[in-house]
Write a protein that binds this ligand. Structure first.
Ligand code: SF4
Ligand code: FES
Length: 370
């Protein structure tokens, strides 16, 4: 397919997307209470077919996308995964598999490597089996993950461990880093839970205390120093404890697009929670049209939409006003400044959540696919 030129009319500064998140399905054997999938999970019957996904991959490459992340739910639920990896590779796309590691093993991983997979990100809930399985909501999941990690290494693929940390596993962070080393990972991504979707439902169970956070940060910084050149450690702190927000998705519609299982295309995981935006589908429009011309991708692009105090702030092209979905969830209006920012008039909602975090944690509400 020939490459797609940006339109000559319209917003002048839109670069092609860097990466496509291909959410092949919302089906998943795990039930993590911080899942970034929407509360209303999409049904298997509404999922795109393999041939639709192959077209999406072709269009993505023509649009200028460089990386495709196969994700879900659990992407290995989809039996066409190896053929989709091969399709991505045939268009020069770098493909990454983001998986729970709860399905499949050596045979599947070898087939993916053969098809052109370049990298695997495996989620890990804790270093200790009982708590890991409790958080994942699946007995035996930890054991399967250990075998899966070994299969990835046996296939010669680079392995990153994704550790989502929160109040109920943060005290084991040193042991989690040790485990990553013993599994032969090259990189760990230690990311504090971000509070959208299922995680927002479970915030009172997941938000760490300040003391926990400070100790974990100290351990991570020491490990980074100690393991320089051996294990790369990325660390994403919880924005509730910051004074300025994160640059969510590096800005709305700037670098990323997510194609959901049904084909709906969104700029971020939680975008569909924002009312009044008609999110387009790959069933009806090309990725290029969606990226350059859709209202959904242009709605919060750049700085023109910004309210005070973002409008005149010297960080407006650094954090892009923070997260639109968090602004909606916590203020009721996606066009407000992210209340994580201490300059936001609504910053008090964050302080109230942190006060709540000092109390005993609530039980989990698990994400179940029914
Ligand atoms: Fe970022 Fe807006 Fe806060 Fe400035 S006022 S730091 S642009 S969120
Ligand atoms: Fe939607 Fe941050 S998750 S903009």
């Amino acid at each position: 397919m020939p490459s797609v030129d940006p339109p000559t009319a319209g917003p002048p500064t839109i670069d092609p997307p860097l990466a496509l998140l291909a959410e092949l399905t919302h089906r998943c054997p795990l039930a993590c209470p911080y899942c970034s999938n929407p509360i209303e999970l999409e049904r298997a019957s509404s999922e795109l077919h393999g041939e639709d996904w192959r077209r999406v991959l072709r269009e993505a490459a023509a649009l200028g996308v460089l990386q495709v992340h196969f994700s879900g739910g659990e992407p290995m639920v989809r039996r066409e995964l190896a053929t989709l990896i091969a399709e991505a590779a045939s268009h020069g796309l770098y493909s990454n598999l983001i998986t729970s590691g709860a399905l499949g093993g050596e045979r599947e991983i070898a087939a993916f490597a053969e098809a052109g997979l370049r990298h695997v990100q495996l989620s890990l809930q804790d270093h200790e089996a009982a708590n890991a399985d409790r958080i994942a909501g699946l007995a035996g999941a930890f054991e399967r993950k250990m075998k899966f990690a070994a299969a990835v290494r046996a296939a010669g693929l680079p392995l990153t461990l994704n550790m989502v940390v929160h109040r109920q596993n943060l005290d084991g962070i040193a042991e989690m880093i040790d485990l990553a080393q013993s599994l032969g990972a090259r990189r760990v991504e230690i990311a504090h839970v971000q509070y959208y979707a299922w995680a927002l439902e479970n915030r009172a169970a997941l938000l760490p205390t300040r003391a926990q956070l400070d100790e974990a940060t100290r351990i991570v910084e020491a490990a980074r120093e100690r393991l320089k050149g051996v294990l790369a450690i990325d660390y994403v702190v919880p924005d509730y404890y910051g004074v300025r927000p994160k640059s969510c998705m590096n800005g709305w519609g700037r670098q990323f697009l997510n194609v959901m299982p049904s084909g709906t295309v969104v700029p971020c995981h939680a975008a569909q929670t924002i009312p009044g935006i008609d999110f387009p589908s790959v069933r009806e429009a090309s990725l290029a049209d969606i990226w350059y011309r859709s209202d959904a991708f242009n709605r919060f692009r750049g700085t023109g939409w910004m309210p005070d105090p973002c409008r005149d702030c010297d960080r407006r092209e650094i954090d892009w006003g923070g997260c639109r979905c968090q602004a909606l969830a916590l203020t009721g209006d996606a066009a407000r400044t992210d209340p994580v920012c201490a300059l936001s008039p609504e910053h008090g909602v964050i302080e109230a959540a942190l006060t709540e975090a000092a109390a005993a944690p609530a039980p989990f509400i698990y994400r179940r696919y029914r």
